[in-house]
Write a protein that binds this ligand. Structure first.
Ligand code: PRP
Length: 183
């Protein structure tokens, strides 16, 4: 679905499908260079990262492997508490592997700090993060992100995997949500 299909729900388009595709190509080219000859393992964090993972790995021109984790943040409301429960763990042994975590968004950074801490104990050869979007608050979180798609404003942003109440993940443009949808 495109932004034009949702004229009442969206406030403004931040990045069109075409701009997102172009940005993914740019990031993929850097990753190709950094990981040449290393067959990295891309670890996607369900559910939001599905779109980023699918487009990023197809834009890459080197071999890569894929695995998935599902996590759930303890705590009330929409804010992460920093205490994360693993709902689905990796099926791959990552010892001595070059691991690249693929996320859709870093908001507080708490999910990723937990994941990095957890995956480090499994002794990967290297562990880096690619996140398609980052919100301003994440700057204060202790997460070292190597590859970023876009820094976005602290608003309700949907599309390209980002949801509001489960909807809009399949929106191919990235847009802010109209206030009446969430108020
Ligand atoms: C989103 C996103 C990250 C996390 C980031 O997941 O995919 O995993 O929140 O937030 P943080 O930086 O504040 O920890 P969410 O729990 O909404 O699940 P989803 O991927 O299924 O949308």
């Amino acid at each position: 679905m495109r932004a034009a299909d949702l004229p009442d729900d969206l406030e403004r388009v931040l990045y069109s499908q075409e701009e997102v595709a172009h940005r993914i190509d740019e990031v993929a080219a850097v990753i190709d260079k950094d990981y040449a000859g290393r067959d990295p393992l891309l670890v996607g964090v369900l559910n939001g990262a599905v779109m980023t993972m699918a487009d990023l790995c197809r834009a890459m021109k080197i071999h890569c492997h894929m695995d998935w984790m599902a996590v759930s943040s303890y705590g009330a409301g929409t804010r992460s508490s920093g205490v994360v429960r693993i709902l689905k763990d990796l099926t791959t042994d990552i010892e001595d592997r070059d691991v690249l975590i693929v996320e859709d968004i870093i908001d507080t950074g708490l999910t990723l700090s937990y994941l990095v801490q957890n995956l480090r104990t499994r002794n990967p050869r290297s562990l880096e993060i690619m996140a398609m979007f980052r919100k301003p608050e994440a700057i204060s979180a202790p997460v070292d992100v190597k590859y970023i798609g876009y820094d976005i404003p602290n608003e309700f942003v949907v599309g390209f995997g980002l949801d509001y109440a489960g909807r809009y993940r399949n929106l191919t443009d990235v847009a802010t949500l109209a206030e009446h949808v969430y108020k």
